[in-house]
Design a protein around this ligand. Structure first.
Ligand code: AMP
Ligand code: MG
Length: 343
């Protein structure tokens, strides 16, 4: 009798294992639904794993709409954006801003402290002067120095109670270092709200994953080769994470053999030297990952890596101007085919 019971239990367990394995196989054969759109001045991709195709498609469309809202909020190149309106009021009364704009400013100001001033959204006067994408030669040193006097986080005052922001005369904010990550966060929140639990949203340089791929597989996020477009230097396998890369190849010009790029040092007013790219992988939000990759780029090497090693929930890859690839301790051995040097 006992033997029979054991056999019955044995068969039941085996059956259950087979059912689970089959479900897992069926699950991992689920194809993703992927849509792409040009937004935030780049190609945004949303990939969703969901059995109900209609639900997936509707959720993705809603997430794109949300990204459009963030674009209209934080775009400095659009004179009608909330951010442009706020900047025009510099020197006047405090301005009440939307929850999205307030959040981006608040997070940026907090990280200005955390990163010793390296990430500074009051950098707009310098960003305007350098005008990457338009200029083909560096501005005069005297112009850089005069704009530098308008940069500094003490020029920005916020009030968390009534969501107002006030700016000192002739100053302005640039959210180019956080808005893509923030938009990715908002898109992920929308997908979650629509009942999606397996997704990836990426702007190319900022990515966030939600849950796991079917069958519990990890997500693969490629890291762009900073000198050969369309080539990857490595692929990171991640669970639910935020990943952001900042590089000297995203907006730049070359004059007399020297590269001038869009990540500016808030203390000198010139593009940061010594670094080619910084990738951050973290459990924090994608807005924070975005801020961190820009800020750590400004901190440079080795200070940027020391910052990463001190934080328990941040891993990173820093490529220095000599082409060397530096991995944080937690990343070592984790990236397939990662070279030690890229040139
Ligand atoms: P990212 O591509 O996220 O690294 O952000 C780069 C963008 O952030 C630039 O194009 C500027 O709009 C802005 N930016 C440049 N330097 C800084 C800085 N030191 N702190 C904050 N934002 C910056
Ligand atoms: Mg950034």
């Amino acid at each position: 009798m006992r033997k029979n019971l054991k056999t019955i239990i044995g068969i039941s367990v085996l059956g259950l294992v087979l059912v689970l394995l089959t479900l897992k196989f069926l699950d991992s054969s689920l194809k993703p639904i992927t849509k792409e759109k040009i937004l935030l001045d780049t190609l945004v991709t949303i990939k969703v794993y969901e059995k109900n195709q209609k639900r997936a498609s509707q959720a993705i469309n809603k997430a794109f709409k949300e990204i459009e809202i963030i674009e209209r909020t934080a775009n400095n190149f659009d004179s009608k954006s909330d951010l442009s309106k706020l900047n025009r009021e510099a020197g006047n009364e405090p301005v009440k801003v939307s929850p999205d704009l307030f959040k981006m400013i608040e997070v940026s100001l907090n990280y200005n402290r955390v990163l010793d001033g390296a990430f500074d959204i009051s950098i707009l006067p310098l960003v305007d002067l350098w005008s990457f994408g338009k200029r083909k030669d560096p501005p005069r040193k005297s112009d850089i120095l005069s704009k530098l006097s308008l940069v500094g986080i003490e020029k920005v005052k916020i009030n968390s109670q009534d969501h107002t922001v006030s700016l000192a005369p002739n100053t302005g904010l640039d959210l180019g270092g956080i808005s893509k990550g923030y938009a990715v966060d908002r898109a992920i929140e929308i997908l979650k709200g629509e009942g999606i639990n397996s997704a990836l949203v990426t702007t190319g340089s900022t990515t966030r994953t939600l849950g796991q791929k079917p069958g519990g597989q990890l997500w693969q996020v490629g890291i762009q080769h900073p000198r050969t477009p369309d080539k990857l230097i490595g692929i990171v396998n991640v669970g639910q994470k935020s990943i952001s890369t900042s590089g000297d190849y995203q907006r730049f010009f070359i004059k007399d053999g020297r590269r001038y790029h869009h990540i500016l040092h808030p203390k000198t007013g010139y593009p940061v030297e010594g670094i080619i790219s910084v990738t951050v992988i973290t459990d924090r939000s994608c807005a924070e990952a975005d801020v961190l990759s820009t800020g750590i780029f400004v901190l440079g090497y080795p200070q940027g890596m020391e910052f990463i090693e001190k934080a328990l929930d941040i891993e990173g890859i820093i490529i220095t101007s000599d082409g060397r690839v530096h991995l944080s301790r937690g990343m070592q051995g984790k990236i397939k085919d990662m070279p030690n040097k890229i040139f």
